[in-house]
Write a protein that binds this ligand. Structure first.
Ligand code: ZN
Length: 140
């Protein structure tokens, strides 16, 4: 699947790019109900964790954990949800979602039936700080 045949993640990305290397990228999902929600995506069409080499599995998990760490440090959420679903796109990806007791779906997953209708965006300085924290963690 390529850009021509409509793979969404092969298109130029709509989300702020936080970091990337040749294999993976981290984007800040622009979700008003879930401020700080990030996604770590495999750039190529690779569907399963076990399709990656062991080395790349470790790199991917390390990136996911660094993003989790930065989100916890910056936003102090009640819980971080890590999810690797990917039934729609052939790009393996991890969702890293800061959760709060009063968020729109808590304690259920963010893909379940909505319980509340709150909007809660990061301010521009908050976004910039978070982006910098993740970049420093991944470049360091
Ligand atoms: Zn694609």
């Amino acid at each position: 699947m390529t850009e021509e045949n409509g793979c969404l993640l092969c298109q130029p990305i709509n989300y702020p790019l936080i970091w990337r290397n040749d294999d993976f990228r981290v984007v800040l999902i622009d979700d008003q109900a879930y401020p700080g929600y990030c996604r770590v995506e495999v750039i190529k069409h690779i569907k399963e964790m076990t399709d990656l080499s062991e080395l790349k599995q470790q790199s991917l998990l390390k990136i996911v954990l660094q993003v989790e760490k930065a989100l916890r440090a910056h936003l102090n959420p009640e819980k971080i949800n890590l999810a690797c679903l990917g039934n729609i796109t052939p790009h393996l990806h991890w969702h890293i979602i800061p959760r709060y007791k009063d968020d729109n779906h808590f304690p259920a997953s963010i893909w379940s039936i909505q319980k509340r209708f709150k909007k809660d965006e990061l301010s521009e300085p908050q976004s910039q700080t978070l982006i910098k924290l993740i970049q420093e963690a991944l470049d360091g």
